[in-house]
Design a protein. Structure first.
Length: 229
């Protein structure tokens, strides 16, 4: 029962992972995110491969180059060159992102995930224009994302599944071996008991036959003596 439930949960997780798309963004070279516009569904990942000296911070459209208030939003920190960081999209609302290094956001290093379609004036160009005179800020610590490529998660899931299958097979094999050993022990015990019982019965029969023979011999001697007299 537990094995069936665990297998169902694992299949559900793997199916959900398979449906989530990964949108790759290159950070740098220069003051660029490539691509600078991404359209993602809920549950998708936006994955950044970093050039050194850049970060990714979330802001609002109306507050370019400034993190969202109250500790909300995503922030990558400053990964090393070649390092991968990503965040998962929780809904299809616009996500405005920028680099907080002084001069970078002001120089146009920004991007948008799910640009708004209902308001034609809220474009990436408009955001970048408003950024020119802004003061860049960044949160104190990374938040809202994870380091490592999404493909690493797929590999880990596959390895975990294989490990669980191998463990279950090993347990079943050990159980079968144990059962076989127990059966053999029981058979040996029964055989030993039967042999002991057989030996005991045979031993009891021999004395009985000897006693009967002795009585017959005594009777014959008595009859002979009577005849002589």
């Amino acid at each position: 029962m537990h094995s069936t439930v665990s297998a169902s949960i694992l299949l559900s997780v793997l199916a959900t992972s398979a449906l989530a798309a990964v949108h790759s963004v290159q950070v740098g070279p220069g003051l660029s995110y490539t691509p600078d516009t991404v359209t993602a569904e809920e549950g998708d990942w936006v994955e950044f491969t970093f050039g050194a000296g850049h970060d990714v911070v979330q802001s609002s459209f109306d507050g370019p180059c400034v993190p969202l208030a109250s500790g909300l939003g995503v922030y990558s920190g400053f990964p090393s060159g070649g390092e991968v960081w990503r965040f998962q999209v929780n809904d299809t609302n616009p996500i405005w992102l920028y680099c907080s290094v002084p001069g970078h956001c002001q120089g146009g290093m920004s991007m948008v995930v799910n640009p708004p379609s209902a308001n034609a004036s809220r474009t990436l160009d408009a955001y970048q224009s408003a950024s020119a005179d802004a003061n860049s800020e960044a949160p104190d610590t990374p938040q809202g994302g994870v380091f490592g490529a999404a493909s690493d998660d797929d590999s880990t899931s596959s390895d975990s599944s294989s490990s669980a299958t191998a463990s279950a097979s090993a347990s079943a094999s050990a159980s079968a071996t144990s059962s076989g050993t127990t059966s053999a022990s029981e058979t040996a015990s029964e055989t030993a008991t039967g042999t002991s019982a057989g030996s005991s019965e045979t031993g009891n029969v021999a004395p009985a036959n000897l006693a009967a023979s002795g009585m017959m011999f005594a009777g014959m001697v008595a009859a002979g003596v009577a005849a002589v007299l």
